[in-house]
Design a protein around this ligand. Structure first.
Ligand code: B3K
Ligand code: ZN
Length: 872
């Protein structure tokens, strides 16, 4: 890194904006080689900022070409303003004025996919967090909210559809085959919610009648070839709109709600006011091309972006340090929606698994930060699992502490108090305090302290007194810049069960102290505690359970989440023991108790298949890595394979019975929770059957691959064969799949990801070859995630190859992409940031690649921040 190093900005430096923009009028002349943007801003001094008038400062990317600038119709000459470090400064402006400016953009050359760019021939925008400053000069900060009126002009035959935020108010034809449309958004909004789309798009239309009887037009746009894949998103949207009215009392506030699917997109989707823009992977769904996981992602993301209309748009963030205000709350809302639409327990298991593997790892790594960060260099690096998922857990804890009724009152008050404002996480908590009369000052530490707290629970039984005492100790490891942590206030949901599994007590304990005891009296015998039910707080819970107790909880706990968790605890402990055995060169043994417990589960036909599938899935390599003191990649992989194979062989008949029981070949595909559950158990069973290594099961998998009418079953079979030792069949099926689906871009992403995560020999050579394959396109973030992301994140044996070749390959990619798309480059880099967790050889090799990046000239701020913080 040479030249000037990017600088951090700090929450404590926040100052209200000196200038406000009441109205913004934008005019886009969209052409093939350039776009001219005419902006007319009504600016006035912020009456709430006193003191002598400050110069006008507007954000504007240094690369943006400024053609004309005027104030109240007076053209400014270059000596009248200054442009440096992404800012345009004008001294001596009046208290209120109209600023006009014309900028020239080159959307077709925009590979960073921020601001205005082209995706497969259509124009689209991405402005969160700081993309609007690549379109025109503006106070591009979320606490400046303005009313937007936008006119788009473009060639009519190439771009028949012209969209922006709000409602269309006028349109007409222009010269030379061009046409124009004007959109007006009546709700003041920050610039990050601005959007436009221009293209030749197909449309699925529907409508929704709101609770007050208003009719809203619903329009989902995509490329013509994808028109048949929009129905599920439409159904999900209508369900989400109804749910938000019923559960939160939130009604939609425009006449039109639009979603547009684009193939080139840096993340999942974006909640622009009235005009959500989606990655195709989060909106297109069809049984033949989309897996169950894909359907559920569409449902969840459509809801998430829709819910932002209130939690994010009507009430927005004061500054980007408050990002979790909208993201944590909205993730909580979408998780509850998905839980209501499907299985609550399964949704919770999936979310907690992600939190425990990936967010806990982030919280323990060099990029660890509080839910409300205190500083950042590049805000794009803070769209993290901590801000989103841990932020959602923090909101969930408020829900757990207050109960549903008070929580709803709190959210009503929050929306009412702050409608049309840009506010902070403190304001959110204050609303919860106001309705409950509780003091949540200690609870606020969840927003300011990083790291995952540990809860150590011990117990004592006093038989004479019939008294049971739980002692809870809490601690939290240091994180960057935070050596010592104060105790947290958290809800600890629990149950007490007798030896036979009958529930004696249940409730929620409020933990506040570093060490605290809770006493239960009137019990007849020593209970077994079921702790942290439904994962009531995002902590690591330690309690010295015996295997018998865990197996009892697995069978009898009334809390579905803790049933699953008990089973996982048994497996994790066993696998950790096996890892030690493996490291000591001892033979690995499969304990009979586990086989017996699993056999009983598999034979229990009353058990919900979805739940059973969750219980019989072994903890992932990533989770075991997160839990290890030092990650032994090979031992973890070998032990998991050993256990899979042994359980496969020991229970072969039961796996087959489960497979047959859940065979859905005669049913037509439906993405409802029960059908998804059956398919997941069926495919899990097929995986175990394949793991026996017996030939007939290869045949069964091949049959499923060829005969299934849906992508879930076809892809599951493909992955099992492709990752097996049957290399000829693997190659055949991959080729067949390619020929069948080569024209479906999203399916080809799966085809790439299946190969990138293939743990058999020669993985790096395979991904290298695939990066030259015609279906791969290094400018498309989805392709990069499917190939580079999947290899580095889901193929630990090869990414962590002891010769360092996987690390070098990733660093090559990061350096290449840094010039093209810094956001994606910085994100792909994550696995290297964990270098301190590995053995000496690997960590030195990883560090070497980080240093190589650090020594590279002109790194983007995105990559520089991640690399420099990781090397500390
Ligand atoms: N708010 C957007 C994320 C924008 C990311 C910018 N780098 C999507 C979402 O969370 O809904
Ligand atoms: Zn969001």
């Amino acid at each position: 890194m040479s030249a000037q190093q990017p600088q951090a900005i700090y929450l404590e430096d926040y100052r209200p904006p000196a200038w406000l923009v009441t109205h913004t009028e934008l005019n886009f002349e969209l052409e093939e080689e350039q776009t001219l943007v005419r902006a007319r801003l009504n600016i006035k001094a912020n009456p709430e900022v006193s003191g002598k008038p400050e110069p006008l400062q507007l954000h504007g990317d240094d690369g943006m070409e400024l053609l004309r600038l005027s104030i109240d119709n007076q053209v400014l000459e270059p000596q009248d303003y200054r442009r440096e470090a992404g800012m345009l400064t004008i001294n001596n402006v009046p208290d209120q004025f109209v600023l006009e400016c014309v900028t020239r953009l080159l959307p077709h050359e925009n590979t960073a996919l921020e601001g205005l760019y082209k995706s497969d021939g259509m124009f689209c925008t991405q402005c969160e967090a700081e993309g609007f400053r690549r379109i025109t000069f503006f106070p591009d900060r979320p606490d400046v909210m303005s009313i937007f009126r936008t006119t788009l002009t473009a060639d009519k035959s190439q771009y028949p559809v012209l969209l922006s935020n709000g409602n269309p108010v006028a349109s007409g034809d222009a010269e030379e085959g061009r046409h124009w449309v004007t959109w007006e958004d009546p709700w003041p909004k920050p610039a990050y919610l601005f959007a436009l789309v221009a293209g030749d798009l197909a449309l699925l239309e529907d409508s929704f009648t709101t609770c007050s009887g208003r009719e809203v037009a619903l329009r989902i746009y995509a490329e013509h070839k994808d028109l048949d894949k929009l129905e599920y998103a439409m159904t999900s949207l209508k369900n989400a709109m109804r749910w938000d009215e019923e559960v939160y009392g939130r009604e939609y506030d425009l006449d039109i709600f639009m979603i547009v699917a684009v193939d080139f997109f840096n993340m999942g989707a974006m909640e622009n006011k009235g005009l959500n823009i989606f990655n195709t992977s989060c909106v297109l769904a069809h049984p033949k091309t989309t897996t169950d996981g894909g359907f559920q992602r569409v449902e969840g993301v459509v809801a998430h972006e829709y819910f932002h209309n209130w939690s994010g748009n009507r009430v927005t963030c004061r500054d980007w340090f408050q990002l979790s205000l909208k993201e944590g709350f909205t993730v909580f809302r979408d998780a509850e929606f998905s839980a209501d639409m499907n299985s609550r327990t399964v949704k919770r298991i999936e979310d907690v698994s992600l939190l425990r593997t990936a967010q806990f790892a982030e919280d323990a790594g060099p990029m660890a930060h509080p839910v409300r960060p205190e500083s950042f260099i590049e805000i794009s690096n803070f769209y993290t699992l901590t801000v989103y998922e841990k932020g959602a857990e923090v909101v969930r804890m408020l829900h757990n502490l207050l109960g549903p009724e008070l929580f709803r009152k709190g959210s009503d008050l929050y929306f009412e108090r702050h409608d049309g404002q840009a506010v902070t996480t403190d304001d959110f908590v204050a609303a919860m305090e106001a309705v409950s009369g509780r003091d949540l000052s200690q609870f606020r530490r969840w927003y300011s302290q990083a790291g995952t707290p540990r809860l150590n629970v011990t117990d004592r039984w006093d038989a004479d007194a019939g008294e049971y005492r739980l002692t809870v100790k809490q601690s939290c490891p240091p994180s960057p810049g935070q050596e010592h942590k104060q105790p947290y206030h958290l809800p600890l949901a629990y149950g007490l069960l007798d030896e036979a599994g009958r529930e004696l007590r249940s409730g929620v304990l409020e933990v506040r102290e570093e060490e605290e005891a809770f006493v239960f009296s009137g019990l007849e015998s020593r209970p077994v505690p079921s702790l942290l039910r439904a994962f009531s707080a995002p902590v690591k819970l330690e309690y010295d359970y015996s295997d018998e107790q865990l197996l009892m909880l697995l069978r009898h706990d009334t809390d579905g989440f803790n049933r699953w968790d008990a089973g996982q605890r048994v497996c994790v402990r066993l696998m950790q023991n096996l890892i030690r055995d493996w490291q000591n060169g001892q033979a690995l043994q499969l304990p009979a108790t586990l086989v017996e417990a699993w056999k009983q589960l598999l034979q229990d036909e009353a058990l919900d298949p979805a739940m059973l599938a969750q219980c019989l899935r072994l903890p992932s390599e990533a989770l075991l890595a997160e839990l290890a003191d030092e990650v032994d990649v090979v031992a973890i992989h070998e032990v998991r394979e050993f256990l899979r194979t042994s359980l496969a062989q020991a229970l072969e008949q039961q796996w087959l019975a489960a497979y047959q029981r859940c065979d859905t070949r005669d049913e037509s595909y439906s993405p409802d929770a029960a059908s998804i559950g059956r398919r997941s158990l069926k495919n899990l069973a097929l995986g175990y059957l394949m793991a026996t290594g017996a030939e007939p099961w290869l045949e069964l998998a091949r049959q499923q691959f060829e005969q299934s009418d849906n992508m879930t079953d076809q892809q599951a079979a493909l992955a099992l064969v492709a990752h097996s030792r049957h290399r000829e069949s693997a190659a055949e099926l991959l080729q067949q799949f390619y020929l069948q689906w080569q024209h479906e871009s999203l399916v080809m992403n799966q085809w790439l990801a299946v190969q990138a995560s293939d743990p058999t020999e020669g993985a790096l050579e395979r991904v290298q070859a695939l990066s030259e394959h015609p279906v791969f396109d290094a400018r498309n973030p989805n392709k990069l995630r499917s190939l580079v992301g999947a290899f580095c994140g889901q193929n630990p044996m090869h990414f962590h190859s002891e010769d360092g070749s996987g690390y070098a390959w990733l660093a090559d990619w990061v350096l290449r992409l840094d010039k093209q798309n810094p956001q994606v480059a910085a994100r792909l880099l994550t696995p290297l940031t964990r270098w301190k967790r590995y053995d000496k050889v690997r960590s030195a090799l990883m560090q070497k690649q980080l240093q190589r990046m650090m020594d590279t000239d002109d790194l983007s701020a995105d990559v520089y921040e991640v690399v420099s913080k990781s090397l500390v």
